[in-house]
Design a protein around this ligand. Structure first.
Ligand code: NAG
Ligand code: NAG
Ligand code: NAG
Ligand code: NAG
Length: 317
């Protein structure tokens, strides 16, 4: 069954406590703290979400804080702390402090938001994920032909780029990025999920790296890096239509055994949402019936679970 990704909307009240009654600690030079359970977090060059990462921490990791600074608002909290390793972590991701860091620790000074930028453009429908992998939660679903500002790249042969929406796009879905040399590596990236950045009064269970269904050998293949996959025509020919409607104009006709590379899937317009009505939007920017191809979309468990629906790509910035 080709599943829709669930839309999770969590509404929860802020768990921030007021520290107003706590006495100023005298002459503290450093304060030990611990990363909140269930949270993975990034320790950054400057106290803003788009600053490059210096270190990645998991829940329960110990940190030593030496000063505070104002930075990106994370769930209503603009306080970031510099650790003794010289990077900045949001107060939101630390266990609650029975005091006020802005009183107990020196001010680090006004720290500027500094990160590099270059230009990118989506070539195909492009998911922008909180974490640089196809199974990362989606922050944006870009249409094709969209101009993006890229801020850093991951250390992969086919890198992921972080956009100014603080999510990662795969280079395989972009026009060639001319200005890669103008930006920096993103640094270590911990496994992230949307819920780690949402207000939640209950500590989450310890986050685990997600696992793929056991039956699929694909996680180590290129599918772990991008969603374009190669299939071929299994019939004499397969028309590729302008719309997801097999009465619309024929844009091109693939012949037997010709390679077809889908970007996303949808269902034949007006038809039941059944496997035999799946239409795939290819890198030729037209729709072909999945049932005429071999292998089919649902022949892979990973594709069945994660291949994107064309309707989901709505973002233009
Ligand atoms: C705290 O720091 C101030 C200024 O640096 C200093 O004069 C004072 O002696 C310190 N107090 C203690 C208890 O160390
Ligand atoms: C953090 O420090 C505590 C106390 O020293 C220790 O028990 C714990 O194992 C440390 N946690 C990690 C992840 O190193
Ligand atoms: C269009 O798709 C429907 C449903 O699968 C099918 O019954 C019909 O024969 C198709 N028409 C063409 C021209 O392929
Ligand atoms: C499919 O396209 C044809 C021709 O453009 C149109 O008449 C028909 O209404 C469309 N079908 C659906 C379900 O939109």
């Amino acid at each position: 069954m080709w599943k829709h990704l669930p839309l999770l909307l969590s509404v929860a009240s802020s768990a921030l406590a007021s520290p107003s009654l706590v006495r100023r600690q005298e002459n503290a030079t450093t304060i030990p703290s611990v990363v909140e359970r269930g949270i993975n977090t990034e320790c950054k060059k400057c106290p803003f979400s788009l600053c490059p990462n210096v270190e990645a921490y998991g829940g329960g990791d110990n940190v030593t804080l030496e000063c505070w600074a104002s930075g990106t608002n994370v769930n209503g909290d603009v306080t970031w702390l510099r650790t003794t390793t010289g990077c900045y972590i949001t107060q939101w991701d630390l266990i609650e402090y029975q005091g006020d860091y802005t009183q107990a620790l020196p001010h680090c000074g006004d720290i500027a938001e500094v990160y590099k930028k270059t230009h990118g453009k989506t070539k195909y429908y492009t998911e922008c994920n909180i974490y640089p992998a196809i199974r990362g939660d989606h922050i944006k679903m870009y249409k094709y032909g969209i101009d993006l500002v890229l801020t850093c790249y991951t250390d992969d042969a086919e890198p992921w780029y972080k956009t100014t929406s603080n999510c990662y796009v795969s280079s395989t879905l972009l026009e060639l990025v001319q200005g890669k040399d103008e930006i920096e590596p993103c640094g270590p990236v911990p496994f992230m999920e949307k819920k780690m950045r949402e207000p939640d009064p209950e500590p989450e269970v310890q986050a685990k790296a997600p696992s793929f269904p056991k039956s699929d050998p694909a996680p180590t293949s290129h599918l772990a890096r991008r969603f374009l996959y190669d299939t071929a025509v299994g019939e004499d020919e397969a028309h590729c239509y302008q719309e997801n409607n097999n009465s619309s104009a024929i844009v091109k006709t693939y012949v037997w055994d010709e390679k077809v590379t889908p970007q996303c899937g949808t269902y034949l317009e007006g038809a039941d949402r059944r496997t035999e009505n799946i239409m795939l939007f290819t890198i030729d920017f037209c729709y072909v019936m999945d049932k005429l191809l071999d292998p089919n979309l649902v022949d892979s468990v990973v594709r069945s679970q994660y291949f994107p629906h064309c309707e989901d790509f709505v973002d233009e910035k």
